[in-house]
Design a protein. Structure first.
Length: 290
C-alpha cells in the first residue's frame, strides 16, 4: 500500500510539472512564442488571439493589432506584457512590434531612467547588444516606446529589450518619431484605445554607405513605418513612413495609407478585421478624421 501511495504521488507530481511547463498565463505577458523561418512555422496557438483569465472563466480576445504571420523572412514571435514583437534573426531587429494601447496605459509611475537596454535571452546568438550601438552614431530606438509602458514596471523593463529596438537616427528619434508617439498616446486617451504596429523598412543601397552596425551586424533601416487602427465608432486607420535621417520631415509628408505601407513592407496589417472593413479603411489616410 505504501508503494502504491508513493506511485500515486509521483504521478500527481509529474502531472503538475507538465501542467506548469505547458500552461500559459493570459495576455501578452505569457512569453509564448512560435518560430517561423521561410514558410515553416510551429504555432502553439492562434497568433491573432490571446486568452485572458477572469476568475474561474477564460475569455478569448482577438488581437487586432497583430499582423498576419510572415512567410518570406525569419520570424520569431515573442509576447511581452505591453507588446508583441516579430524578431528577425537575419537583421537582428524586429520585423514589426505591435501593441494595444489603452487610455489607462498612457499613465503610470514606472520610470525609464531606472532601466537599461538589455540583450534578449529569448533569441539565439548572434543578437544585438549594447556594444553594437557604441560609437555607431545611431540611437537605440524603441519601437514600442517606453512612454507607452509607464503603467507597469515589468512592461517598462521589457520595452528596453533589444528585440524592441532598431538603429535610429538621433534627430528622428528625438523629434519626429517622438512627436508621433505622443500623438498616438493622445489618440488612445481620446478614443479609449488604439492598435499600433511599427517597424523598420529596408532598401537595397548601392551607395557604399554603412548598412550594419557592430560586431553582430545589426542592420540599419532606411526608414520606419507606423500604422494605427481605431475601432471606436466608425473604424479608421492611418499610416506614416519616416526616413531614418536627421532632416526635418513633416507629418503630412510622412502620411501614408495602410495599403501603401503593406505594399512597401510585404506585411498584412489588421487581418482580424472583417474583410470589407479592412479594405475600406486601409485604402486612405486622412489626419483630419483623427
Amino acid at each position: 500500500m505504501k508503494i502504491y501511495r508513493n506511485l500515486i504521488g509521483m504521478i500527481v507530481l509529474a502531472t503538475a510539472v507538465l501542467s506548469c511547463k505547458d500552461g500559459r498565463s493570459g495576455g501578452q505577458a505569457a512569453q509564448a512564442e512560435f518560430m517561423a523561418t521561410g514558410a515553416e512555422a510551429v504555432e502553439a496557438e492562434n497568433p491573432l488571439q490571446r486568452t485572458e483569465s477572469q476568475g474561474q472563466k477564460a475569455k478569448v480576445v482577438r488581437m487586432y493589432e497583430m499582423p498576419a504571420p510572415l512567410k518570406d523572412r525569419p520570424e520569431q514571435i515573442l509576447y511581452r506584457k505591453g507588446y508583441t514583437t516579430s524578431y528577425n534573426s537575419g537583421t537582428k531587429n524586429p520585423n514589426w512590434v505591435a501593441w494595444h494601447l489603452t487610455k489607462d496605459h498612457t499613465y503610470g509611475s514606472a520610470q525609464r531612467d531606472e532601466e537599461v537596454f538589455t540583450e534578449d535571452e529569448n533569441v539565439k546568438r548572434p543578437r544585438a547588444t549594447d556594444n553594437d550601438y557604441y560609437n555607431s552614431r545611431f540611437d537605440r530606438g524603441h519601437m514600442c516606446p517606453a512612454g507607452d509602458n509607464k503603467w507597469d514596471r515589468e512592461a517598462m523593463a521589457q520595452s528596453f529589450l533589444f528585440t524592441n529596438v532598431c538603429p535610429q537616427n538621433h534627430g528622428l528619434n528625438k523629434y519626429e518619431w517622438n512627436d508621433l508617439e505622443i500623438l498616438c498616446r493622445q489618440w488612445a486617451r481620446k478614443y479609449g484605445a488604439v492598435d499600433i504596429v511599427c517597424g523598420p523598412i529596408y532598401q537595397d543601397d548601392d551607395s557604399g554607405r554603412q548598412t550594419t552596425i557592430g560586431r553582430n551586424r545589426v542592420r540599419i533601416p532606411q526608414a520606419f513605418f507606423k500604422v494605427v487602427l481605431c475601432r471606436k465608432g466608425t473604424p479608421k486607420a492611418i499610416g506614416f513612413i519616416y526616413r531614418n535621417e536627421g532632416k526635418k520631415q513633416t507629418m503630412d509628408e510622412a502620411l501614408r495609407s495602410v495599403d501603401e505601407i503593406e505594399a512597401l513592407t510585404g506585411i498584412d496589417f489588421f487581418p482580424a478585421l472583417e474583410d470589407d472593413v479592412e479594405n475600406r479603411i486601409e485604402a486612405k489616410a486622412n489626419l483630419l478624421e483623427w
